[in-house]
Design a protein around this ligand. Structure first.
Ligand code: KG4
Ligand code: ZN
Length: 346
């Protein structure tokens, strides 16, 4: 079965076609980063309007790339939450209208399940069970994944998400939005030893995270630098970027290693936008060596939000009999707040 999937939960419009037998056929993405940049963050109303503008051309692009006609599609998937209500509504209403007009089933997908399963799109892909580190702009969670729909929360952030820590620190350093890529680029020119930033909850004994204190620590260093004669100069910003990135990465790695030890599992899957961070990728590979464990990442282009992970999650649900393939009922809602535990089978 071929599934057409739509992602519109935040600032990326993603469309993709995935076949339950042949995998990813085509995907197309439009990122709104440039549009939101001048506001220093996502403006929800602008995001919704832009999704409306992009979704049909992207759909045509995907169908064209995959050589598909609408008649080839067997089901329509869309992100039903969590995310921005207005933005979610665009993808949901387009998907449901298309499903209605083609008399196809529509499959609502949890955005985090999309991220969680996206490393299965990579080659080599991990086998179940594995530990998943989900690190995005809104979420930081460690999960035990025993199969499709079988997710157990091991730990999560008590306050800011890892991506949020990158974004907020970057803002304090006068870097653009989104902060993660900008901060990690500047960190390459920085001296990581100059500032010693805290590693919050690294030794807390559990698998929870806390990143809000880190942001405060960065703010303190920024204010101190501004009081110096040279002010917050370029080198200081680079050094602080390097220190911030190192602190976040250390905590993510420390907790992931602990999760592997506690579960006895040997596979760690990293998903979500922060999974694109190159320091995290390289340091994790080193940290897992002594455990004879292996890290798996989605292809780089599928780390941040995209339609492929949504169509793929729907395909996996269909394959495992976890999707309702009912036709004709197109009443729908979106869930801006939606706990992943709500969709777990066990
Ligand atoms: O998964 P995602 O695209 O959207 C959400 O569902 O939140 O993640 C976006 C987050 C942002 O906080 C962004 O700064 C961060 O991922 N990010 C990065 C990098 N690329 C994206 N953080 C650190 N290093 C990167 N290279
Ligand atoms: Zn995401």
């Amino acid at each position: 079965m071929i599934i057409l999937g739509f992602e519109s939960s935040c600032d990326e419009t993603g469309v993709a076609a995935v076949c339950t037998e042949r995998g990813l056929l085509a995907h197309a993405l439009h990122t709104q980063i440039a549009m939101h940049q001048e506001y220093g963050g996502v403006v929800p109303e602008l995001a919704s309007r832009d999704h409306i503008r992009r979704v049909v051309p992207l759909t045509r692009q995907v169908l064209g790339q995959a050589g598909l006609a609408l008649a080839d599609i067997g089901a329509i998937a869309y992100t039903a939450g969590p995310g921005l209500a207005g933005a979610l509504l665009v993808g949901a209403s387009v998907a449901q209208s298309l499903a209605w007009s083609l008399d196809l089933p529509a499959i609502p997908i949890h955005h985090l399940e999309g991220h969680l399963l996206s490393p299965l799109l990579a080659d080599p892909c991990p086998e179940f069970p594995f530990v998943a580190l989900l690190v995005s702009g809104g979420h930081t969670q460690l999960m035990r994944v025993d199969g499709v729909g079988r997710y157990q929360l091991l730990g999560e952030t008590l306050d800011d998400a890892a991506g949020e820590a990158f974004d907020k620190s970057a803002k304090l350093l006068g870097l653009g939005y989104p902060g993660g890529p900008a901060l990690s680029r500047l960190a390459q020119q920085g001296d990581v030893t100059r500032f010693d930033l805290p590693r919050p909850m690294l030794h807390s004994g559990d698998l929870d995270f806390s990143f809000s204190g880190l942001k405060t620590a960065v703010l303190t260093r920024v204010k101190a630098a501004e009081r110096q004669p040279g002010g917050l100069d370029e080198q200081t910003r680079a050094d602080l970027s390097a220190a911030t990135q190192a602190a976040i990465v250390d905590v993510l790695i420390g907790k992931s290693v602990k999760a592997l030890k506690l579960t006895g599992l040997k596979r760690l899957v990293v998903a979500g936008g922060v999974g694109a961070n190159s320091l995290l990728r390289s340091k994790l590979a080193q940290a897992l060596k002594p455990l004879t464990a292996q890290a798996y990442f989605p292809p780089l282009e599928l780390c941040t939000d995209n339609g492929a992970m949504i169509a793929f999650a729907a395909a996996e649900r269909v394959k495992h009999g976890l999707a309702t393939l009912e036709k004709g009922n197109h009443a729908f809602t979106v869930r801006p707040r939606w706990d992943l535990a709500d969709i777990c089978e066990a």
